[in-house]
Write a protein that binds this ligand. Structure first.
Ligand code: DGT
Ligand code: CA
Ligand code: CA
Ligand code: ZN
Length: 576
């Protein structure tokens, strides 16, 4: 399987350590950029390396090329290993604490000799952090909470990363003999935004052999336990994979049980008891005589409990049990329902490819349209466009659309923009300019520490501006990194309905913003959402899948999502 994520994670770590050691910040930035590019590559980095084409990847020069080759052949990087020894500071864990970056880690080490989370915790408890500058959060209670979160998170990965690990599991299982079927259950199957471990179920006539062979596969770094029917192992980066052998007659019951969630299971068992049954991972039994009623498939179990089948994404105990019993489950959105993507960036601002490149990639995905939404205004880091550049871009897009029309290609590029909602609650571009843009996303990129009232004042200005169509990544969170600003969801929902402004599910893997619970509340209240990838290169357009997964967790149907509309209907909506 592809080593892209391994190479990326080593480079990310290298970036953190060099930021801590080095006074030349561009170096860390270069490593980080390369890591980001590599993790989003479609092509296998090993193949690229074998072709000698590493240098053709944007952001990879001679120095990084050498490092990539070393990681590919040895699985690690000598420079990084030395840095780790030299510092003996657990940068990886410390930077997981909200508000702590590599620079703070450096200062914490220099001034207070803090090397890891435990050191940090005792420093806070001992009041030794009182005079320390360079921490945004001062409140010891809040800091300890952040440390606790960092400890909990330390082995959780983004769903997108779990997908790559799952690919490895599938590949390894595919090589083993005597497996008649397998399935990855748990939070992974429910498409939770982060995954703690993988729960693999297999059906086989040779349990002992399969378990043993699994523990000997290439990906396994450590065997925690291995019995006759079960093994727990660690993959790279300490990520746990549990494997269980399941008998055929219990397959469905076990899949149901190990898919969870725990809360869903408990509700389901309660329902079974009321119907004089007993439900376990082995099957659904008559309460009095232990006769097996159902267990071969999940469908069979739900049916015996007088329920419709419940998709794994919905199994979070948000009312799905009652809905399934009264045949009122939503008809969930599918990836095929999505006809376009309404947030992406090009070389006009901070993206890596041209408008045409993005359009062509979107056409290959079968879309009818995209909106190109480069940053506009004065955001320097994002290389935002000014009014003159916006006009030029409009012309470029118009030309491309004309070209498509001449060739009879039914594809449209919508001229959009992402405008920053400034700290003073003004949009970072005058209305006279915004008015000329077909689709305007508004979002917050600064002033994250504002209180909820101030944040809502800023959002209100955006909602009430009639040029604004979509509020992008509404919470501003980065999963496993920062929790986002304080916003009031109910007020957001009210404003969205009142002003017909769409809320976004930003599908970028570490954003998924709105999150599933907030999106669920918004949809329930009647809001329309759009699912956009926020792509900065064309290979990221496939992140749509993760956005759709989150929307499905939020009970979204096709009609709830803006970009399931045909191009004509979308234009009507934007013009109204
Ligand atoms: P994770 O791994 O933390 O992302 O979350 P899950 O949901 O995969 O949790 P995990 O791996 O601990 O367990 C897998 C499933 O097994 C879980 O979703 C439901 C089921 N399960 C585990 N422990 C219990 C339990 O004590 N009671 C019940 N009813 N189900 C359990
Ligand atoms: Ca799990
Ligand atoms: Ca587990
Ligand atoms: Zn943005």
């Amino acid at each position: 399987m592809s080593k892209n994520s391994l190479v990326a994670s080593v480079l990310y770590e290298l970036a953190d350590y060099s930021e801590m050691e080095d006074d030349q910040p561009y170096r860390a930035r270069a490593y980080r950029r390369a890591a980001q590019t590599i993790s989003s590559l479609e092509e296998d980095i090993e193949d690229i390396s074998q072709k000698g084409a590493l240098r053709e990847i944007p952001g990879i020069g001679e120095g990084i090329e050498k490092k990539v080759v070393e990681i590919l052949s040895t699985g690690k990087l000598q420079t990084l290993e030395k840095m780790k020894q030299r510092n003996a500071v657990d940068v990886t864990s410390l930077t997981k604490v909200e508000g702590i970056g590599p620079k703070t880690v450096k200062a914490l080490y220099r001034e207070l000799k803090i090397r890891n989370l435990d050191d940090l915790e005792s420093a806070i408890k001992g009041g030794r952090l009182a005079d320390f500058r360079g921490l945004g959060v001062k409140d010891p209670k809040l800091l300890l909470e952040h440390i606790q979160n960092a400890k909990l998170q330390s082995n959780r990965v983004l769903l997108e990363e779990a997908e790559h690990i799952a690919d490895k599991v599938r590949a390894e299982l595919g090589k083993l003999r005597n497996i008649s079927r397998f399935e990855i259950a748990g939070s992974f199957r429910r498409k939770k935004e982060t995954v703690g471990d993988l729960d693999v179920l297999v059906e086989t006539d040779n349990p002992g052999e399969v378990v043993q062979n699994f523990t000997k596969t290439d990906e396994v770094r450590e065997v925690i336990v291995a019995g006759e029917y079960k093994a727990s192992v660690k993959f790279a980066k300490n990520f746990q994979v549990d494997l269980r052998v399941i008998p055929s007659q219990s397959w469905g019951a076990a899949l149901l049980y190990f898919t969870g969630s725990k809360a869903h299971n408990i509700e389901l068992r309660t329902r079974a008891l009321k119907m004089k049954y007993h439900l376990s991972e082995y099957g659904l039994f008559k309460e009095d005589n232990e006769t097996l009623v159902a267990g071969k498939s999940e469908e069979e179990v739900y049916k015996a409990l007088d329920m419709d089948y419940i998709e794994p994404e919905l199994r979070e105990n948000r009312g799905e049990i009652q809905a399934a019993a009264s045949h009122k489950l939503p008809k969930l959105l599918n990836l095929e329902d999505i006809l376009g993507d309404l947030q992406m960036h090009t070389i006009w601002s901070d993206g890596n490819e041209s408008v045409r490149d993005m359009a062509e990639a979107a056409r290959k995905l079968g879309y009818e349209y995209i909106a190109v939404t480069d940053h506009v205004g004065s955001l320097k880091i994002a290389n935002a466009l000014d009014a003159a550049a916006i006009k030029q871009q409009a012309k470029e897009i118009e030309k491309l659309n004309e070209e498509y029309e001449k060739q009879g290609i039914p594809f449209h590029v919508i001229h959009g923009a992402e405008v920053n909602i400034k700290a003073d609650a003004k949009l970072d571009m005058p209305d006279s300019v915004l008015k000329e843009i077909e689709l305007v996303l508004a979002s917050i990129h600064s002033g994250f520490n504002d209180d909820a009232t101030k944040i809502m004042k800023r959002f209100t200005a955006a909602f009430e501006n009639e040029n604004v169509d979509i509020i992008a990544h509404p919470s501003g969170r980065l999963i496993l990194e920062r929790s986002g600003y304080r916003f009031n969801l109910n007020e957001m929902i009210e404003k969205s309905l009142a002003t017909e402004t769409v809320l976004e599910i930003d599908a970028y893997p570490n954003r998924l913003d709105l999150n599933d619970q907030n999106a669920y509340d918004a949809i329930k209240a009647g809001c329309t959402l759009s699912i956009d990838t926020d792509s900065h290169t064309s290979s990221e357009l496939v992140y749509m899948k993760g956005g759709v997964d989150q929307a499905r967790k939020a009970w979204a149907e096709r009609r709830d999502i803006l970009n399931t509309k045909s191009y004509r209907d979308l234009v009507k909506f934007l013009e109204s």
